[in-house]
Design a protein around this ligand. Sequence first.
Ligand code: RB5
Length: 143
Amino acid sequence: MKIGICNDHAGVDYKFDLVKYLTDKGYEMVNFGTDSKESMDYPDVAHLLAEAVESGKVDLGIAFCGTGNGMAMTLNKHQGIRAGLAWSEEIGELVKQHNNANVLVMPARFIPFEEVVRITDAWLESSFEGGRHQRRIDKIPCK
Ligand code: RB5
């Protein structure tokens, strides 16, 4: 499975650490984020990740910024993206089971890296439940 990852300056360390963790687990990682801690604008990389997920260049995406909100707001402007912000393992699981999030967003400045790993594993290893949740996500795109 190919996973795109993006981050602003607030998420550089977690991006590198998570790329190593997931690469070791056998995932193919594609980096769309900045590799520098110099201040930059998260939309510049969020749109690149969104386009890669929408076009099928990558299967799923992961994004980091300080709070996670800027990334989530930008990613969710794309009609084919369901970016879910998660800050606990249970939310990581639910954002797949109920929302079928194709991008996982995490707040790099507010959770330890151990939590990032737990959230990411929960999201990757859980399955969308379909049923009433399919009906609900079908109603998300703007007409
Ligand atoms: C950068 O300082 C910060 O604003 C950004 O990482 C993010 O939290 C925005 O939503």
